[in-house]
Design a protein around this ligand. Structure first.
Ligand code: SAM
Ligand code: SF4
Length: 447
């Protein structure tokens, strides 16, 4: 038995990929370990979306070097591998900058991980770089993820992006848009449900651009895929992330209206409330189009809650543009959100813009926006107090007799309950904070 330690950065898709790496390496005798100290193989599955995320990898690698040397002193070997989007974007630089890294592989070539690892183990001192975009879709060669780990699972259905927003590295690191065939998705979902999963989150960099080949030779959009999944007995909840406003179509809106398993919570990034900025970002929609999409979603499902992504300090963003973002936030009201300072990414068009916004202005705007978003999140959570929400119990809480689950709106809920993991129970919400809710089993369920 050999130990593999995987450190995962960034998005849920990386979490999904890491789970598959574990499965891929099992036939070589690798078992996952919780700490890198004694691992025979350490993998960093990295994120390149913002500069901070990428730089973190280099500083973490420094720590691993010490462990690798200590292991060598004890007569052992530690293979150090860097995968994911930093590997894709900076593969050769990593090998140059970090001499003790043995293996670098991109997100589209990790199905070849076993052969790369075997090479690194056999040919002492050899350094392997594999960041090609292979012609064959990697999903045809990957084992299914270890879905049985819990009651919720991620399932990648779409990958890559052809939108080329001017700030974003994804089209360069993950490559062209690709949708997995419907049968592959349904089969993986069926196996996950058979292993005890009750909620599946469909993943994609642009998940609602999904257009997978269906058994009858047509192309299904995300709405149709959701309807197909909803027919699986035992799959109680379906979610999807991340979507692009431009790809919200009638089929998806209708799925929100008709499919009770589809949770009333949508992560729909808008980035900015100013049309000038949206155009410079190449987002292909205006703030009003976003408002209309939200209206249509809310008409289809009146209790729908929204989350979003925002970037402040995009090149050329004026104070007026920023105020337009605050106005949009005020008007729509978000249950959750992620907000970031614009980060210059090498090779993307916006990185070359001359009118970069000073760091101090970015920090100020981020602070103002985050205060507003936090207040909205707290208000949304507080409005749940006194309501009975169905909660999927996912794991034990920190205190005895406490379980933690999720509401339909993805809120984390602490429940005083006897152990009934995997069940969806009605919970009377008695308290709320910015980040979570607390409650107890509603009388009917407690009885
Ligand atoms: N496909 C989604 C969309 O179109 O909105 C977004 C996926 S992207 C991987 C996740 C988020 O990272 C984006 O919504 C954006 O807010 C943020 N992001 C991407 N590039 C960024 C950059 N250069 N600087 C700051 N934030 C960035
Ligand atoms: Fe990046 Fe999303 Fe734009 Fe694609 S649509 S380039 S993933 S931000």
């Amino acid at each position: 038995m050999k130990g593999v330690f995987i450190k995962t950065y960034g998005c849920q898709m990386n979490v999904y990929d890491s789970a598959r790496m574990v499965k891929l390496l099992a036939p070589l005798g690798f078992v996952p370990v919780m700490a890198p100290n004694d691992a025979d193989l350490v993998i960093f599955n990295t994120c390149h979306i913002r500069e901070k995320a990428a730089e973190k990898v280099y500083s973490e690698l420094g720590k691993i070097h010490r462990l690798k040397i200590a292991k060598a002193h004890r007569g052992g070997t530690m293979i150090v591998a860097v995968g994911g989007c930093v590997a894709q974007a900076e593969g050769a630089e990593i090998l140059h900058r970090v001499p003790f890294v043995d293996l670098v592989f991109g997100p589209q070539s990790y199905h070849r991980l076993p052969e790369l690892v075997v090479r690194a183990l056999r040919e002492d001192g050899v350094r392997v770089l594999d960041t090609n975009f292979p012609a064959e879709p990697k999903f045809d060669y990957l084992p299914e993820a270890s879905a049985a780990a819990g009651v919720t699972a991620f399932l990648t259905v779409q990958e890559g992006c052809d939108k080329f927003c001017s700030f974003c590295v994804v089209p360069y690191t993950r490559g062209a848009e690709y949708s997995r065939p419907v049968v592959q998705v349904l089969t993986e979902a069926r196996h996950a449900v058979g292993a005890g999963v009750r909620e599946i989150t469909l993943l994609g960099q642009n998940v609602n651009a999904y257009h997978g080949e269906s058994p009858d030779g047509r192309n299904w959009g995300l709405g149709e895929l959701i309807r197909g999944l909803a027919e699986l007995p035992g799959l109680d909840r379906i979610r999807y992330t991340t979507s692009h406003p431009g790809d919200v179509d009638d089929g998806l809106i209708a799925a929100h209206r008709d499919v009770p398993q589809l949770m009333p919570f949508v992560h729909l990034p808008v980035q900015s409330g100013a049309d000038r900025v949206l155009a410079a970002m190449n987002r292909r929609h205006t703030a009003d189009v976003y408002r209309q999409i939200v209206d249509r979603l809310r008409s289809a499902r009146s209790d729908l809650a929204l989350s979003s992504d925002f970037i402040v300090g995009f090149p050329g963003e004026s104070e007026e543009d920023f105020l337009a973002t605050l106005d949009l936030v005020d008007e729509i009201g978000f249950a959750q959100a992620f907000s970031f300072k614009y980060s210059r990414r090498p090779g993307t068009p916006a990185a070359f813009a001359r009118d970069q916004v000073p760091e101090s202005v970015k920090s100020y705007r981020l602070d103002v926006l985050q205060r507003l978003l936090k207040r909205q999140q707290r208000d949304f959570n507080e409005a749940c107090v006194g309501q009975i929400l169905p909660v999927l119990l996912e794991k034990p809480g920190r205190h005895d007799g406490q379980l933690v689950g999720r509401s339909p709106y993805l809120q984390s809920v602490h429940v005083a309950a006897p152990a009934r993991l995997g069940e969806i129970v009605p919970v009377l919400i008695s308290a709320a904070s910015t980040n979570s809710l607390a409650g107890s089993l509603a009388p009917a369920a407690a009885a």
